[in-house]
Design a protein around this ligand. Sequence first.
Ligand code: NAD
Length: 249
Amino acid sequence: MKKDLQEVADIISNSKSMIAFTGAGISVESGIPPFRGPDGLWSRYDPQCLDLDYFHLNPVESWKAIKSIFYDFFGEAKSNGAHKVLAQLEEKGLLKAVVTQNIDNLHQEAGSKTVYEFHGNSQKLVCLQCGKSYVPSEVNLDELPPKCEHDKKILKPDFVFFGEGIPEAAYRKSLQAARDADVVLVIGTTGEVMPAAMIPTEAKRNGAVVIEINTEESNYTDGITDYFLRGKASEILRQLNEVLNGYNY
Ligand code: NAD
């Protein structure tokens, strides 16, 4: 592991266009569970609440679960050491962009500037009629579903529901960043959700070195991963940052 960390730090310090691809695992230490697994959100909630057709047909039921998961439960979450190290790597000029599947806004909260949100962001609600957007904390969620103050139509969280397409700009920019990348840090993701899961594969196809950080093996580990650093994202990134801090830039 020590040898791997040193090798990985060398690769990162020589990289010109590194990106990070993050999933639910990077936010676990902020108190937000992943969707899958024994403690995952789907062991407590019905995934149907995030199905677009269901949302249109049953907005009150859908909104009850959405409010409980995304606003009551994760609303107070703060970024952790892993999000912060990525922001520092960007500041040092070592990281070009974060492509995230997460919708929790924690990369931006930690200070990352270039973040491509593949699945949108829960910290924005949008009117399905006029497109006006709202900050959730400024909307009354005691009465569900919340409605636009102008046309009284339903507000929807600005993240991607099942059955909905990927936001066009995030998709295009993520793919371009993956194709341009010489290194990709794959952090806390199973690699099961398509089309997001193709980002590291696309980077690898274009010659990038794949460095994976996860507590467990993922779909990438035996396939495209060059270096697998096992452990919690904040701990591994802290150690990596310590080694990198010993280099001169
Ligand atoms: P996932 O739920 O499928 O898998 C989580 C991964 O994180 C697993 O590989 C697990 O081994 C790893 N992990 C758990 N704790 C970790 C830690 N402390 N450090 C490092 N790795 C750790 O997550 P996914 O692949 O990202 O896909 C799930 C989908 O769910 C995504 O599309 C995402 O939009 C959504 N989601 C987002 C959030 C969020 O915004 N924080 C939370 C749950 C789900």
